[in-house]
Design a protein around this ligand. Structure first.
Ligand SMILES: Nc1nc2c(ncn2[C@@H]2O[C@H](COP(=O)(O)OP(=O)(O)OP(=O)(O)O)[C@@H](O)[C@H]2O)c(=O)[nH]1
Ligand SMILES: [Mg+2]
Length: 690
């Protein structure tokens, strides 16, 4: 690949609902521009973008691929993101480093849930965007209807710069309103606009000019005075209104038929900003926020937006250079980690193909293998000019499973494997849940987890079984209690003696508090650590049903010791038993985690959703409508939400989405608590027998 400098680069993320044709359109661009000799197909697993084993198997994208399209002496770094909502983390990471976005719309389905999610993220990152009504060759393709459906979800005004030349099987090409020409097929053959389309094209061009005129005061004046705007002026106006986010220009295409390619590529190069034209990046410098322009001569500053781990290729770090030049065989400073990294050979990627380069110019996106400490979200820079870029916020996990090793050999690998998988993916995480003694893997949905489990197997040879996670219940007390316990073993051999008196009471915010209130030396304070150890072992294991105790204050206020037989272990046992008795006195209860849940569904589903929430012990907090969709906020016990991702999808045909985050712990209603306790005691008894 040729070397491209900042002005010749465009970083464009392709986003949409799953299946709108991003991967296929990118494939068409690559084929059209000669990067490939043959047009791959998603169905056959032969596209440049979907090269991972799981992508080929599932026939859809699971992670963002970089597809540089070389055209008109420029390089467009297309970031082909996955549309399936489980993989939204990939979309967020790509948008973080893009300077513009193509939002693809299936001409039959129109705007869908995934479109709206992607659209909102484009808003969040303030990205200029194009709307591409794609798959115009499909049987029920309808340009006008698809466009209208996007208007419904968009605060940005939409302005067609193209009209379809035919629809469905007759989709021949595009009518371009900037040049007022008809572009047949991929666009190489340029014709006059067919007579029957002239009138509608004229009308649409008037609207386009009006929108473009808004881009500059002088243009607007000229326009209002009835003067004609030149082609150059119209383009200039359009550039301004697009980059400011006032308008999103609309295009038409059919990737699989390679229709509508040239003028869309032209528009990306002409209208979308180069890294130098995009708003300067800001990073946190030594003396506060610092603005970094995409200049080769600036201090080095690069943001790591993606990391992949592979046992064969090793770790690959994806970065975007915001300022300065990134060179092979150099050293850079990782400001986030505070370490220096040795840089080997830097690569540009085209799908899975790695192209070694000596230098990456400001604004470009590239990769480097085998960095030891660098992770996604880190900033790489000059040691002498340290800066830190901000990391985007990723959604909280919605779906949890408990994972267990299939064999003994897997058991040793589980923790390093999970750690490496989670390093790759900011929306995937794992932890050991002490309350249930399970290893929890959490992500965005069942497919997300499924892909992770398969990767563990194929990439890291770690086989995992998946089970439904237990809810991390806790135990606590609701009133003060007290008890005494004497531990005495004084027959034969060395004796044991310890006696402890304690009072306990519920705490509000703190997990645990201890006070030593023994007066007159009834128990010497050297036994305090042993006594606390006894209490803490019960705090960990609970009294009711084996769940950890929380929010308890313990005061040890009396006891007795024996000059010879008292020893730490005796006091530890006494304290443990005494504490158990005190807890039983203090009206113990089971607590469960409650989550704040926000559900967004089509209005038609609202009744079903509320009815269903009722069966989940939810407390509905509010109902609202937002862009024609219903929003419900509620507090729901986690125990009732374990499979909500799947349930909501089936209730709404995939059109419902939700987010949830931990709120607090709350007492479990008695009849439910009884069931849980009985069940848990059975399990604990079974474990003991084993
Ligand atoms: N008729 C028609 N089908 C298309 C077109 N583009 C893509 N397809 C088909 O639509 C399906 C989805 O295409 P993809 O390119 O994988 O869509 P995507 O947007 O990348 O989907 P995700 O990776 O899941 O986000 C595939 O079966 C394609 O063959 C098109 O222009 N016309
Ligand atoms: Mg795809």
């Amino acid at each position: 690949m040729k070397e491209y400098t900042t002005d010749q680069i465009r970083n464009i993320a392709m986003v949409s609902h799953s299946g709108a044709g991003k991967t296929m359109l990118a494939e068409a661009f690559l084929h059209f521009t000669g990067a490939t000799t043959r047009l791959g197909k998603v169905e056959d697993g032969t596209t440049v973008s979907d090269f991972e084993e799981e992508e080929i198997r599932r026939k859809l994208s699971l992670s963002t691929a970089i597809l540089p399209v070389e055209y008109r002496d420029c390089k467009i770094n297309l970031l082909d993101t996955p549309g399936y909502t489980d993989f939204v983390g990939e979309v967020i990471s790509a948008l973080r480093v893009a300077d513009g976005a193509l939002v693809l719309i299936d001409s039959v389905a129109g705007a869908e849930v995934g479109t709206e999610i992607a659209w909102n993220y484009c808003d969040e990152f303030k990205l200029p965007r194009f709307v591409v009504i794609n798959k115009m060759n499909r049987d029920n393709a309808n340009f006008a209807k698809a466009l209208e459906s996007v208007r419904e979800i968009s605060d940005v005004r939409l302005i067609p710069v193209q009209l379809p030349w035919g629809e469905k099987a007759d989709f021949k090409g595009v009518i371009d309103l900037l040049t007022m020409k008809a572009y047949e097929g991929d666009g190489k053959s340029v014709k006059d606009i067919p007579a029957e389309l002239r009138e509608s094209a004229e009308a649409a061009r008037m609207e386009l000019i009006e929108a473009a005129a808004e881009g500059e005061d002088a243009l607007l004046e000229k326009y209002l005075e009835g003067e004609e705007l030149s082609a150059e002026e119209i383009l200039r106006g359009l550039i301004n209104v697009t980059r400011s986010g006032a308008y999103a220009p609309v295009f038409v295409s059919a990737g699989s038929a390679e229709i509508g390619l040239t003028r869309l590529l032209d528009a990306i190069i002409d209208i979308m900003p180069s890294p130098a034209q995009a708003p300067a990046a800001t990073a946190e410098g030594k003396d506060g926020p610092e603005s970094l322009s995409a200049l080769d001569s600036g201090p080095l500053a690069a943001y790591v937006w993606k990391t992949t781990a592979d046992p064969f290729v090793g770790k690959i770090t994806y970065f975007r250079v915001y300022s300065g030049m990134f060179t092979s065989d150099s050293r850079v400073w990782n400001q986030t980690k505070g370490v220096e990294e040795r840089i080997g050979t830097v690569h540009l990627l085209r799908g899975k193909e790695q192209i070694a380069v000596k230098v990456v110019h400001a604004g470009d996106i590239a990769t480097v293998p085998k960095l030891s400490s660098t992770a996604t979200g880190d900033t790489l820079c000059d040691r002498g000019h340290p800066v830190t870029f901000s990391k985007p916020t990723y959604p909280n996990a919605l779906y949890r499973v408990a994972v267990m090793p299939k064999t003994q050999a897997d058991s040793a690998k589980i923790s390093p494997t999970l750690t490496r998988l989670c390093e790759e993916d900011p929306t995937l995480s794992w932890y050991n849940e002490p309350a249930t003694n399970q290893t929890i893997l959490q992500g965005m949905g069942d497919q997300h987890i499924d892909v992770a489990i398969r990767k563990a197997e194929s990439k890291f040879q770690t086989s995992l079984n998946v089970v439904e996670p237990r809810v991390p219940f806790q135990e606590s007390i609701t009133k003060p209690g007290q008890a005494m316990y004497r531990h005495k073993k004084q027959t034969g051999g060395a004796g044991q003696f310890g006696e402890v008196w304690m009072r306990i009471e519920p705490l509000q915010d703190e997990e645990y508090a201890f006070s030593w209130d023994v007066f007159g030396g009834a128990v010497s304070s050297s036994y305090q650590p042993a006594i606390e150890k006894g209490i803490k072992s019960v705090m960990k294991e609970g009294v009711l049903a084996g769940f950890p105790l929380s929010k308890v204050k313990v005061s040890v206020y009396d006891g007795k010791e024996h000059p010879v037989d008292s020893k730490p272990v005796a006091f530890e046992i006494a304290a443990r038993e005494c504490f158990k008795l005190a807890v039983k006195e203090a009206a113990p209860v089971l607590l469960e985690p409650i989550y704040n849940v926000r559900i967004v569904v089509p209005e038609a589903n609202m009744g079903d959703i509320l009815g269903d929430l009722n069966t989940r012990r939810a407390r509905v907090q509010g109902m609202d409508t937002e862009k024609g969709r219903s929003v419900v906020t509620a507090q729901v016990p986690l125990a009732e939400m374990l499979r909500y991702t799947t349930d909501l999808r089936s209730m709404t045909g995939g059109r419902g989405v939700f987010t949830m985050e931990f709120s607090h712990y709350e007492v479990v209603p008695q009849h439910i608590a009884n069931e849980i306790i009985a069940q848990r005691q059975k399990e604990l008894a079974a474990q003991k027998e084993e």
